[in-house]
Design a protein around this ligand. Structure first.
Ligand SMILES: [Zn+2]
Length: 461
């Protein structure tokens, strides 16, 4: 069923006006949004009488959330209490060495199922052996942009050759829902030649590039020491910002780098939870947005978050903004919500079909139940004091992904009253548990970790 009306909700279109429609309805025809308006307006639409209706009283209805930096993975809760570079060397790289295509695929089934359940309708996933990730996304029904972890300075990553093969088969499949991009792990894992090769590959296939950068102070200093320039300046020199690019983290960009990102339409994905957990720093997101940089929101992986709940991430982002600027006006709930919806879609280059609740876009919709005791009192914008309306504040500060009841992607209902219906969740979890056990056994058999960038480059602080 892709023709239906969702009615009596607090509708949050996120198209830029920062207003809710309450009570509102959304009419979906043929998987696309055909009308958005008050209940009375949509009741008056000629198509409404002929389609199924779903009452969403007490629910927010928001655009699907775009998680613009994710890693599928199976290290949850086992890689704790370390800073980024030591953590990569001791936990993450050894897991990469032990990874197999089968284990990698099980991780993607798990990650996409978890994300979808909590309101994520679109992921930018950097992972390995991503043909398996595509299979998972295809069945689960989520949108996925697949950017492999490629690197040439360590032998165990994907390569530009495997990335090319992924592009040949998955550049755009499943009605555009699943797309392949070019991925690069990080400057210290990849040679300058690889960066140039990645830029050429992205241009050849007309796709975006996704990589990590400027997550810690040390890597910026090391880039200056090695190249005489900061990371984003090097990216510009190497050509990876010539087309569409999304930089994960970007915590420590200076004014010149912010200018480069704004001028070249390079987006930054803010990962507040990961940045706090790994003690990386607080990205001055308000300044980036004010300078015209598109900023998306990401959970990062299961090992640095430790869940993939984008609604929780809204809260972390808001709180980190308030703390790091010492300004309680920073981190407004609308800022975070826009980053996770409209701006995330812009970052991914799919804002023509998703990201807001507007007529003509695909019906990527999330219903969030605000009737829980943790969302009392709820004041409506149509109540006696509209200035007390608090539904959007509740979404960001009181709710979590567990309050998501229903999720649609391209009009297909993938979560139905709290249950993921496109896949057997228990089977996915059992498969991921088995894959994780195998991964850890394989990792143990490999023995001691191999020296990563921190050791090789003599990181001392
Ligand atoms: Zn990452």
């Amino acid at each position: 069923m892709t023709d239906f009306v969702l009615e009596h909700a607090i509708v949050v279109p996120c198209e830029g006006r920062r207003e809710v429609i309450d009570p509102g309805s959304v009419l979906v025809l043929d998987g696309r949004i055909a009308a958005v308006g008050t209940v009375a307006e949509i009741d008056g639409h000629p198509a409404t009488a002929h389609v199924e209706r779903l009452d969403l009283s007490g629910h927010l209805l928001i655009p699907g959330l775009h998680n613009t930096h994710l890693h599928s993975g199976l290290l949850r809760g086992t890689a704790e209490n370390l800073a980024l570079w030591e953590w990569l060397e001791q936990h993450v790289d050894p897991a990469h060495r032990a990874l197999t295509p089968e284990i990698a695929e099980a991780a993607s089934w798990m990650a996409y199922t978890e994300g979808l359940r909590s309101g994520t309708t679109s992921v930018l996933d950097m992972w390995r052996f991503m043909e398996g990730s595509a299979r998972a996304a295809e069945q689960i029904g989520i949108r996925a942009t697949l950017a492999p972890y490629t690197a040439d300075r360590y032998g165990w990553f994907d390569t530009l050759e495997t990335n090319r093969r992924l592009l040949e088969t998955h550049r755009s499949v499943a009605n555009g829902r699943i797309r392949a991009w070019v991925g690069l792990e990080h400057m210290f894992y990849c040679s300058p030649e690889m960066f140039r090769g990645a830029a050429a590959l992205a241009e050849e296939f007309d796709v975006g590039v996704h990589t990590h950068s400027s997550e810690t102070v040390w890597e910026v200093e090391e880039s200056v020491r090695q190249h005489g320039k900061r990371p984003i300046e090097m990216f510009a020199d190497w050509g990876i910002l010539d087309g569409r690019a999304v930089i994960a983290h970007g915590v420590w960009l200076d004014e010149t780098e912010v200018g480069i990102c704004a001028n070249r339409h390079t987006a930054v994905t803010h990962c507040p939870c990961s940045n706090m957990k790994l003690s990386s720093g607080a990205a001055p997101v308000r300044d980036y947005r004010a300078a015209g940089v598109t900023v998306g929101l990401g959970t990062d992986g299961e090992k640095e978050n430790n869940n993939l709940d984008m609604i929780e991430e809204l809260k972390f982002g808001a709180l980190l903004a308030k703390l790091s600027t010492a300004d309680p006006a920073a981190g407004d709930p609308w800022d975070l919500l826009e980053m996770a919806t409209k701006d995330g879609a812009v970052a991914l280059g799919i804002d023509d079909v998703t990201g807001t609740l507007e007529v003509g876009k695909d019906a990527d919709l999330v219903a969030v139940d605000l009737r829980g005791v943790h969302c009392v009192p709820l004041f409506r914008s149509t109540g006696p004091a509209p200035s007390d309306a608090n539904a959007v504040a509740h979404l960001v500060f009181s709710a979590s992904g567990r309050d998501v009841t229903d999720v649609w992607v391209q009009g297909r209902r993938l979560v139905d009253r709290g249950e993921v219906v496109s896949v057997d969740v228990q089977a996915v979890a059992a498969q991921a548990q088995g894959a994780a056990e195998e991964l850890f056994e394989r990792r143990r058999a490999l023995g001691e970790p191999v020296a990563g960038p921190a050791t090789r480059l003599g990181k001392t602080s």
